[in-house]
Write a new protein. Sequence first.
Length: 605
Amino acid sequence: MIFFGLDTRARLGGVAQNIAAAIRALSRLLVLLALGQAIGIGSAFAATSCADINAGVFNLGGADNQSATVSLTAGDVITLNYTFVVDTTFFYSIELGVGGHYADGSGTVSGSLHVTVTTTGTQTFSWRSLSEMVPSQIDVTVACTAAPSPGPVVTSTNPASGPVAGQQTTIVIGQNLAGATSVKFGGVNVLSFTVLSVTQISVVTPPHAAGAVDVTVTTPLGSATGTAIYRYAAMPDPTADPTIKAMVDFQVHTVQVMGQQQIDNVQDRLIELHNDDVPLISNRAAFAQIPSPQRQYGPPADAGDRASSTSDMAQTRQTPKDGQAMPVPANSDSSLRYWTAGSLLFGRDTTYAKYNVSSIGLTAGLDSRLTRNLKVGVAVGLGIDHATIGSDGSHINANAWSTQAYASYRVAPQWFIDGILGYAAGSLGNFRYDSAARAFGSGHRGAEDLFGSVSVSREIKVERWKIAPYARLDLQWIRLDGYVEAGAGIYNLAFNQTSAVDLAGVLGTRFSHVMNTSAGALKSSLELAYRRSFSGAYTQLIAYSFDPTTTYSLFGSAEKRDQALIGLGFELQVNRSVSLGIQLDELIANNSRNERGRAHLKIGF
């Protein structure tokens, strides 16, 4: 009985202890629940970014779980530092989850958990703890280490090449180029740049030596270099461009032509002065098609011979014997004679690059007899020239004013020496289309021409025939000022001053025949001539305006070296004061064959 009583008492004591432990556990649970309610166990916070997490949204003590929707970037690292505050006897457990990826910790009172974000975008971030299957009060610190932002990448350029002068707009292509602070080509800062997007930057290239260069882009996240992704190409040799060759050649040539045109007009007047019955006022106009650089090669036939064959001739001239002076007609005096002359020419040339030419030459003068065999005069002239070169719109407009003195001296019967000395000055407006720039480079250059001519002629008359062999020497000193183009950007050219001395000799003969018709005296003529240019070469130095130290040499000549002329003409002397004429010429030169036509009306008063 005694033992039974003791056993029963012991059992009752154990039950009582168990009941007491249960009461204590329940009390602890009630306390934890109360604490949980006080500190917000199980509440959810809304952090929107890694920065919000670091701002302390989750750094709370006593809570056993948290969750939020967060916008994260792949590579962000979430760290959970924890410590269990309320001690328990058997089991500790905590887990961290981000976007479906979890890190677990168990059996430790404190520690750290890490999760690396694998995707970019909005996702769920959460953590929770469990101790002996009941909530536990813990201290938590949450940190977010943002993924390092990727630096810039440079892959290519478009276009991938350009001139050494730079100033070309090029697109630099790559990745993460936003916020670029500098762009360099071959270590040289670009002239300007604009960030178009995270993958493209528009730049204006700087000047640089020829060759491949690296392209470097710097952003706040670092620098990146594309190796040899842009090539600087040497500027093209301007002397290899046929348009430029034709432009310079014509600039020299047109000054030579306008001077030669004045020589021709005055030479025609000198032939008239071989007569002694020149009218007080004479007007002549000529219209010509002249494709080649040359004009008339020798003195035209004596206008007085046409008059001598007409029935209304005022006075028949007598031909003295050789060695005697030509008698002066009674109606000749030393009064001033006034005259004008003009010509309109059209032509073309295909030596370098096809160009078409139109030219007007006007001359007005006055002269008088000084002695029995000497006549002198002065004249002024205007030349206007236009040429289109090639088919891209390149063209030249030229004009020049001139003044000249001239004289005709009868050295013996039927022998004459004629001389001309003149000076011309003008301007050439040049408009060159550059295909690389897709624009016109234009500029004006001044021009000067000092010219002279001496001819010796012999007039042989056999009844109604006249044979007039002649020799002539023409000399021109041509100078062109330097000029710099504008409008073609980096392809603008600078032309240095250049000059040429053109010395040419002419040998020719003109055959003419006069016959009477019901309409008047008709003269037909045939001219054969050969012209030889002894010089006329020029050297034109050219440079790009951005680099005047690098020069290119262009060589040419003012006219063709050798040319032959075959001419056929007809002139009708209606009466003493009016005559109509037409002249057709064939000009033949090396690799060139050209035609010209001339019509004229002469009116004397």
